[in-house]
Design a protein around this ligand. Structure first.
Ligand SMILES: C[S@@+](CC[C@H](N)C(=O)[O-])C[C@H]1O[C@@H](n2cnc3c(N)ncnc32)[C@H](O)[C@@H]1O
Length: 281
């Protein structure tokens, strides 16, 4: 066990963390700033919708990697955190990290599993909060809707997604995107789906979520270029909790509909959108 722990410490980590008194090598030089800001946003959104307190909330994190978001959720007071990831290394690092931070074992649980297998074995169990951050755009296109169906079954109330959206949109659509290389845990994921904001909001609505698309106020650095370009967003869906507290962070849905709109109105809407983009950067 000691031997495994030592190996885990010396393999590259996804997150920039301090663990066992050292800073292990990370896979990306910008990941520290980016992940800190993403996780801070998730926590502030959760606190805002939950009215300030997260006690009593059971959190499930799909594609949790080394569980960094879980550490923050637990220190914000959630009652339990379950992290699921297909990567043995990520889960071993998560366990190492949580033991290093002396987190009470009864407050967390890590599962090494593909998320779809986890969904099938969950047997009706539900969590108050489900996080799926940075994972949807890695899933093969033909599992996209299966993911939403499964996540809907697991989620009793709040769902937070962080995902890549379509770059262009003339109407709500689920666009196919070909990646250069599929994600290592999704070898079939060369072709993935990037939904437009409108398509995603409509899908979540059909599943019974009130949904808000969040435009994060991240620093204007290259670490956040995809969020600034507008093709990556956080999406918060709630089945019971009200979303009013997020009104100030809300992005416009922005997809332009072709159906039933006269051509002149469409061209002027396109023009307004381009001007708005240039004006607001
Ligand atoms: C880009 S990382 C995001 C990690 C974390 N959620 C975050 O946002 O910081 C994607 C994670 O999802 C895991 N993953 C990808 N596909 C998966 C799948 N089909 N089942 C389980 N885990 C998966 C990867 O191993 C990786 O740890």
């Amino acid at each position: 066990m000691e031997r495994l722990n030592d190996d885990i410490l010396h393999l590259p980590w996804y997150y920039e963390v301090e663990v066992a008194g050292t800073k292990p090598v990370t896979v990306s030089p910008i990941s520290g700033e980016r992940h800190r800001a993403r996780i801070a946003l998730v926590l502030s959104v959760l606190k805002a919708v939950a009215g300030g307190t997260l006690t009593q909330k059971r959190v499930l994190d799909l594609g949790c990697n080394a569980g960094l978001c879980g550490l923050e959720c637990l220190s914000a007071g959630v009652s339990s955190y379950t992290g699921v990831d297909a990567s043995h290394r990520a889960i071993a690092q998560a366990i190492y990290l949580f033991e290093d931070r002396n987190i009470a074992k009864e407050r967390y649980h890590f599962v090494t599993s593909d998320i779809f297998e986890f969904m099938h074995k969950a047997c009706g169990e539900q969590w108050d909060v489900v996080l799926a951050l940075g994972i949807v755009h890695h899933l093969p296109w033909y599992r996209f809707f299966e993911f939403f169906e499964g996540v809907n079954t697991l989620c009793a109330d709040i769902l937070i997604l962080d995902l890549v959206l379509a770059t262009t949109s003339v109407a709500p659509a689920f666009q196919l995107f070909t990646r250069d290389t599929p994600h290592s845990q999704n070898p079939d994921g060369k072709i993935v789906i990037h939904p437009t904001k409108g398509a995603l909001a409509s899908l979540m609505g059909r599943l019974g979520f009130d949904a808000v698309i969040i435009k994060p106020c991240f620093p204007k650095t290259s670490a956040f270029a995809d969020y600034h370009r507008g093709n990556r967003r956080f999406v918060v869906g709630c089945k019971k909790t009200r979303l009013d507290a997020l009104a100030s962070l809300q992005d416009d849905l922005g997809d332009m509909r072709l159906d039933g709109i006269p051509f002149k109105a469409l061209v002027s809407a396109c023009f307004r959108k381009v001007v708005k983009r240039i004006w607001h950067g």
